[in-house]
Design a protein around this ligand. Structure first.
Ligand SMILES: Nc1nc2c(ncn2[C@@H]2O[C@H](COP(=O)(O)OP(=O)(O)OP(=O)(O)O)[C@@H](O)[C@H]2O)c(=O)[nH]1
Ligand SMILES: [Mg+2]
Length: 175
């Protein structure tokens, strides 16, 4: 059976909502066969029967070399989880993100999480404050109730697919 392997690193600082995002994906979107089939169809790969997705979360500087090695592989991507309610963390997260992605090109989607909390910064403003590249879409999310999580995930998969085609000449790697 052919398999597409995709690795997604959920990156963010303490308390941003990384585990909640991962739990939401695993318990909702990824549990649903129809959703996985939809992903495969959207990937345009008819003979693939399975997609294998590694998801791991980190906020740990000690693991940066390991993360960078993993992200350097094809079919990798980053979900950058931002606590929209805590603007004091934006500049630190920006530095953390730049260190992780230094000299490597990794498809990234930013999640402006905790949009339900009064006073949270809206995605557009966070993108400007953090000076996120225009290549990084930012989506407002409420990880607690799953709002915005599935669209973030499918958008990232699409970006990974396009990046892989551009970088490797031959589309997704099969294992
Ligand atoms: N109001 C609100 N709370 C959220 C949201 N997402 C996560 N939380 C809460 O924020 C807290 C931290 O969420 P976690 O998912 O544990 O955050 P984390 O990034 O994994 O935290 P660490 O692993 O400690 O770095 C929990 O109490 C969550 O329930 C959200 O969108 N809105
Ligand atoms: Mg956690």
């Amino acid at each position: 059976m052919s398999c597409v392997k995709v690795r997604i690193c959920v990156l963010g600082l303490l308390d941003a909502g990384k585990s909640t995002v991962i739990n939401n994906l695993i318990n909702n979107s990824l549990k649903n066969n129809e959703f996985l089939i939809k992903i495969l169809v959207e990937y345009g790969i008819s003979d693939v029967k399975m997609i294998e997705i590694d998801i791991f979360g980190t906020q740990n500087f000690n693991k940066i070399d390991i993360i960078r090695d993993i992200l350097n592989e094809s079919n990798s991507g980053i979900m950058l989880v931002i606590n929209s309610n805590n603007n004091e963390t934006f500049s630190y997260l920006e530095k953390f993100f730049h260190i992780v992605t230094k000299d490597i090109t990794v498809p990234t989607i930013a999640l402006a999480n905790k949009q339900d909390i009064n006073g949270s910064f809206i995605p557009h403003d966070i993108s400007e404050i953090m000076e996120l590249s225009t290549n990084i879409p930012i989506i407002g999310t409420i990880a607690n109730n799953g709002s915005g999580i599935e669209i973030s995930f499918t958008t990232l998969l699409e970006m990974i697919k396009n990046n892989d085609i551009i970088n490797n000449d031959n589309s997704l790697r099969f294992i």
